[in-house]
Design a protein around this ligand. Structure first.
Ligand SMILES: *Cc1c(COP(=O)(O)O)cnc(C)c1O
Length: 373
């Protein structure tokens, strides 16, 4: 079945008691037992699981070609749950260009949990191989990466990790399963901030993990979620379930527009570089072509005249909303260093764009007026 069809039909159950097409929203925190003390249904208590969350998990697993999925309260709760499922003494390798708070986890939290982290440029497989040790339990990958849109050769990185006996986790938030399915390339677990494209409307926070196999890793992460409590609310699961029904067409249209915007800006005199994997000049364009069906709707621009000019251009945009985050129907722009705060590593002249569902001609016109001095 093609992805677009799967996105509409995965776990699209008709409610047997009412015939409702839209999924019921179960807000109950607790579930009854019968006179013999047997649970009436499959659920007992909301922190352990609830029907709306289970329905979302049954929808997510096939979208990423996995055997099991776990939904959590945010992308960071999902990332933390994977790391907290490892033992003290474990060594984790993380990418140098990664979601900002992953670096905070590496620096501030892994040592507290008795783990060690190495940060490497994952676009350089030699650097990854050199960082692997007999204690390495997990290699964390993000492709395309935030905010530099680096592309990692997932097949190569997964093979290197496997040869060293380490698991691989791939943050697939930017690409979404509509464009890239890391589990099919051999990764063990995929992470989504469902706050972004899977929710798709800038109105829900959530995280999800999809596992290639339902095995010990799935069980350990499920235990972390159940005991430490990073569970999602039923309404948030319901909103993400609603969002994924239109994922394929949203991401397809947004990717098409992003390519048009990137091409229009590529040779603009005010711009020093456009970081977008769909441009032939991107250093890993060929790898992106191999592992993605389109190049996504995130890009970063480096402004020729530096930080002040970058901030000025952001201030002059009219159609793009100045806000962090991504993946909604409306286009967003941010001066990334401003959003990252004191410990940010984004280049000061970098602007990050999340391309929405507006017509690309209008977006290009807005960018051109903002960049003209
Ligand atoms: C937003 C984001 C996260 C964190 O997700 P939250 O839902 O905000 O916790 C992780 N990875 C990437 C690539 C993101 O964009």
């Amino acid at each position: 079945m093609r992805f677009a069809t799967l996105a509409v039909h995965a776990a699209h159950d008709i409610d047997p008691t009412t015939g409702a097409i839209a999924p019921p929203l179960h807000l109950s925190t607790t579930y009854a037992r019968d006179a013999e003390l047997r649970l009436v249904g499959e659920h007992q208590y909301i922190r352990e699981g609830n029907p709306t969350q289970s329905q979302l998990e049954r929808a997510l697993a096939p979208l990423e070609s996995g055997e099991a999925a776990l939904v959590l309260s945010s992308g960071m709760a999902a990332a933390a749950a994977v790391l907290q499922s490892l033992e003290p003494g474990a060594h984790v390798v993380l990418p140098d260009d990664a979601y900002y708070h992953m670096r905070a986890i590496a620096h501030d939290f892994l040592p507290r949990w008795g783990m060690r982290a190495s940060i490497v440029d994952m676009a350089d497989l030699g650097a990854l191989r050199a960082a692997l040790t007999p204690q390495t339990r997990l290699v964390w990958l993000e492709s395309p990466s935030n905010p530099l849109l680096k592309v990692v050769d997932l097949v190569g990185a997964i093979a290197a990790a496997r040869a060293a006996g380490a698991l691989t986790a791939v943050d697939n938030t930017f690409a979404t399963p509509a464009l890239q399915r890391p589990l099919e390339l051999g990764a063990d677990v995929v992470l989504h901030s469902t706050t972004k494209y899977l929710g798709g409307h800038s109105d829900v926070q959530g995280g999800a993990l999809v596992f290639r196999r339902r095995d010990g890793l799935t069980e350990r992460v499920a235990e972390v979620r159940q005991v430490l409590g990073g569970v999602s609310s039923p309404f948030n699961s319901w909103l993400v379930l609603r969002g994924i029904r239109t994922l394929a067409c949203r991401v397809e249209a947004q990717s098409r527009s992003a390519l048009a915007v990137a091409r229009a800006l590529e040779s603009h005199p005010a711009i020093a570089a456009v970081h977008y994997p769909g441009l032939e000049g991107h250093p890993n364009h060929e790898v992106a072509r191999r592992q993605m069906s389109a190049f996504g709707a995130m890009m970063s621009l480096r402004i020729q005249d530096g930080e002040a000019a970058a901030k000025r251009a952001v201030g002059r945009l009219r159609l793009f909303t100045r806000a962090t985050s991504l993946g909604g129907v409306e286009s967003l722009v941010e001066h990334r260093r401003t959003s990252e705060g004191a410990h940010g590593t984004a280049p000061p002249e970098l602007i990050r764009l999340s391309i929405g569902l507006e017509h690309p001609d209008d977006l290009i016109a807005d960018l051109e007026q903002a960049l003209s001095v």
